[in-house]
Design a protein around this ligand. Sequence first.
Ligand code: OAD
Length: 251
Amino acid sequence: MIPRIDDAEAAARALARAESILVITGAGMSAESGIPTFRGPDGLWEGRSVEDVATPEGFARDPAGVWQWYSDRRRNCLQTEPHAGHVALARLEHGHRAPVTIATQNIDGLHRRAGSGDVIELHGSLFTTRCSKCSHQVPEDRAFYSEPPTCEYCGAPMRPGVVWFGEMLPADRLLRAQALSQECDVVLVVGTSAVVQPVASLPLYARHSGATLVEVNPQETPLTPVCHFAFPHAAGEVLPQLVDRALAMVE
Ligand code: OAD
């Protein structure tokens, strides 16, 4: 199948008619807010050992170094603002009669700050903290650490509340996203290279269940050939226009 490129009218119609919409976002969604993506030149993983900062083993080796890295990312994220694309997705949720859920791989909190209410943070959040040993979690933590804080219950080091390589995604969140991918009518996939599992498979489940797939990404991805519509441009450019058109058609 060849996706229809830049057919905003037809993609907006599919969104307007949908009874349930799932939006899947990745790092490219936040690029225009000034947060670097992971892959490619100047990406967060470029020249950096993922094993050092994004695995439980890396944290066990150097908890202070890992906390320093995440504290820097907290600081960077707090200095950024959601852009017009984030705001458009919040408008879609609040202006459409159908439920609109965002399943994001991003840990930056920008969707909620833009006003989206139904956000599944599949890879956790930069602004939560949990114990590396017991199940204690701190749901909102905006402090900057150069030494790991300790768990108030068991005394073990607290760690960032994000998913690291080799770890399972939170089961309840993944199950909800998988269920939605099989029930929804439209999946809007924005700013992900679609190479990291299990999120990369969600649009495929949706496609198999009959959903219309719409991709917004300046680069082609492994998903592009199975999409019905592709917009090879930036999220902040495409989403406001697409959402305006869709909301104008919602009855
Ligand atoms: P990537 O860095 O792999 O991909 C970012 C995608 O965004 C690329 O396909 C870009 O073409 C696209 N992009 C860049 N600018 C854009 C813009 N303005 N508008 C729309 N798209 C744009 O990021 P993810 O796919 O999110 O996991 O990566 C998935 C996971 O891999 C991350 O959550 C992280 C990483 O390792 C963990 O840390 C567990």
